[in-house]
Design a protein. Structure first.
Length: 86
């Protein structure tokens, strides 16, 4: 009897629950910007939350199994890079 082939964690697709949670957290970042306000967060805080929220949503849509920070650059790169968060 042969052993089933093991897949690397880097090649596994993210689970549906994980993708849904990414969307909720991404939308939550934008709601947080709206609730707290741009004046209170300053430009750097708004930019950081907006980039994080957008990358979470994009990572969920394109099924990027890696860190959410690599989701936006992977849209423009020909070779997909995957870095897993610790």
């Amino acid at each position: 009897m042969t052993q089933p082939e093991k897949q690397s964690f880097a090649t596994l697709e993210p689970l549906f629950f994980g993708r849904v949670m990414r969307v909720f957290c991404g939308v939550g970042c934008f709601i947080l910007i709206w609730y707290i306000g741009v004046d209170t967060l300053t430009l750097i805080g708004v930019a950081a939350l907006a980039i994080l929220g957008a990358s979470l949503i994009i990572g969920a849509i394109v099924r990027n199994p890696g860190c959410e920070i690599t989701a936006i650059p992977n849209l423009f790169l020909s070779e997909k890079k995957q870095v897993h968060c610790i």
